[in-house]
Design a protein around this ligand. Sequence first.
Ligand code: SDX
Length: 432
Amino acid sequence: MTDTATLTVDGQEYSLPIIEGTEGERAVDIRALRAQSGLITLDPGYGNTGSCESAITYIDGERGILRYRGIPIEQFENQPNFVEVAWLLMFGSLPDAAEYDRFSTLLTDTANIDESMKHHFQGFPRTAPPMAMLSAMINALSCFHPEFQELDDLKTFEGAAARLISKVRTIAAYAYRRTHGMPYIYPDPELRYVPNFLHMMFSQPYRQYVCDDAVRDALNLLLILHADHEQNCSTSTVRMVGSSRANLFASCAAGVCALWGPLHGGANVKVLQMLDAIHTGKMTPEEYVKLAKDKSSKVRLMGFGHRVYKSFDPRAVVLQRMAERLLSGRNDRDPLLDIARRLEEIALSDSYFVDRNLYPNVDFYSGVILRAIGIPVDMFTVIFAIGRLPGWIAQWREQNESPDARISRPRQIYTGNRETGYRSRLGSAKAG
Ligand code: SDX
């Protein structure tokens, strides 16, 4: 196959290199296009534009493949260990026992947040959205850890990564406690990553929450499935902010803001609200699907569709299996799971969805699992952020260490006024 592309404009030919990835995906490298031709490319939403070369995560959207550092996500399903996968994403290979113990100890020892940070929570109204508090408090970590403003060596990077991954649980739990007027529960150094988070979420001063193995494994796997997804909206935001050499905390706080949107990580909340609206009889699954097909309704089948997956999102397949396992293990049935299955069945037999390659994505079943664990709906996207944090950190590091690293600064095509003169219309109100 050719390794150059030829572009002909106004009779002038331009030769551009074609680069190829590990799995054979190819790209026209347009770095020299403007210098050669004066032309730029235009691609609203970047659907056809690669922002970087990355070795972290591979997605094949046509075949429904997702691999972390080459490992298919399905292989994490048995004995899921989120901390192990976080290390894999950030450092490029699975940790050995010594690395795992060192990192786990660091996570345990840094789980507390500075006592004065608790006053920040008191400053938020009890109705504050947890995602707003999460982003604000992750950014606030920059104030308490000046030693991590610059991450010049691997040990400092590991220290910053550990504090973020550990403290994000504490911040998330305290945001939840704040909105429910409950006292803050200190982390318990005897508990592993997920049980410690659920302890801080659900224990009371007079009664310890005990995390059973099924819940521990379900939440470990759910966090793993959310851990990275190459250049999605929030990860691209983290890279964009990090490209200005902003510190890791500020970059990840920006990622939380991007993830919050209902078209991205916020979709898991919208899915639950959709399932609940159907469950409470506001409309039938058939009526909802009909609405989602009607463009004028502005309604979408939340949890369906994906920019990259044009077949099943492999995470949705694993999450659906996990939801069934978790609920059957409890001899429990969640009517919302049955409604989700019914919606999927209707949509996947409807040409509107099939013709547009719209399948369930990661958000379609995750809410049913979080509900079964007792996580409230307004915390769903926060859980997504906890899962995605190692991916953001890994991508931030990869960009900062790349020889191509430069500040991200896209171009535009200007469509505004031609040059015109300044004639104020303020009259006597003119004074500045
Ligand atoms: C995540 O990028 C990632 O990797 C994200 C993520 C990650 O791990 O980081 O996977 C996490 O964000 C998953 C997606 C969660 N969002 C939702 O579930 C919201 C519902 N889905 C959509 O809004 C939509 O499918 C997107 C946002 C996910 C993708 O949008 P695109 O790629 O811009 O697709 P589009 O809006 O151009 O839609 C193409 C067509 C349109 O119809 P036509 O103009 O061709 O007639 O499909 C239709 C859309 O109207 N369509 C839908 C639909 N999604 C797309 N119609 C009804 N319901 C939907 N859910």
